[in-house]
Design a binder for this molecule. Sequence first.
Ligand code: PRP
Ligand code: URA
Length: 365
Amino acid sequence: MHIALGSDHAGFSIKEWIREYLLQQGHDILDMGTERDDIKTDYPDFAFLVASEVAEGNVDRGILVCGSGIGMSIAANKITGAYAALVWDKDTAILSRAHNNSNILCIGGRKLKPEEVIEILELWLKTEFQGGRHLKRFEKIAARERALCLSIEGDGPGETVIFHHPLIQHKVSMIRDKNTSVKEFRELVAEISGLMVYEITRKLPLENIEVETPIAKTEAYALSGKKLAIVPVLRAGLGMVDGILQLIPNAKVGHIGLYRDPQTLEPVEYYCKLPGDIGEREILVIDPMLATGGSASAAISLVKKKGAKKVSLVCLIAAPEGVKKVHSEHPEVNIYAAALDDHLNDHAYIVPGLGDAGDRLFGTK
Ligand code: PRP
Ligand code: URA
């Protein structure tokens, strides 16, 4: 097994000892420090290093040692994808794997004797995750973590990110309500779109600039390089444009005209006008509803055909069917949604959804 290892000064001697033991057992070890015990170090530094290696899939497992193991487990679990367990005996070694699918073992270097550590290591390394009822629980943690952490930290390609932000959720409930007026509906769609894009743009690159205030010159920041283009899918996607442009007034706006044939449910293209420099911009395809996924997938194919390299889909309500289709046809595309609903009805409307988004935005029903 490929195992990343880390400790602070308090866990150093046990960490050294673990490394030698694991090497003898034929494991491949990535020792991420610390390198001595006579200089005080901070356990989060090593926890983040090891946990990141595990979460990114560069190693199979991680092992962290500090005085009690507690600090390491708290810090490691701040990394998305790290499932660090504080283990102190044979039983918790087995349970942390069999039930909790832990991928990082945290132990207290000042709490355990070397022979106890050996027993724990052997059991933790050889115990398989049992799955079954434990899988459901593990998946709940993973889903929650993804939703929370991705909205805060950013995301990898091909993720679905649901924004649990209270303001977004409150407003989504209002647009679902069939009694919400066209005016309110329009305003709310714009507001939710702006709030979502605020989260989505968290990782846009910045460059240093110099600004002169009335008091002094100072270093400041500006968005660097070519920025965003938003591409609403007509008609309903238009409802999301203003909320986004309020935050990013310089974003270019392309338009794709598609409607879903009511009989075949296949998307029918009727218009396409995109910015000329689409290949240099990050593209947000926007459409409030992701139902079968036919329209979104066709729109993404179109922007890619015209040269777009980095594309994300931003919708308000997504159905699992649409998410699956977009991910299978465009595995590198992130889907950002305010809600993931239950299913589609016989007419391919999202349940519970909000009805026909275009009609509700433009009052055409
Ligand atoms: C709606 C919606 C999406 C599409 C979603 O548009 O705005 O574009 O349906 O359905 P799908 O995922 O099954 O393709 P619609 O076709 O009703 O056109 P409109 O925006 O002009 O009302
Ligand atoms: N288009 C909509 O506007 N609403 C749905 O529920 C499905 C497709």
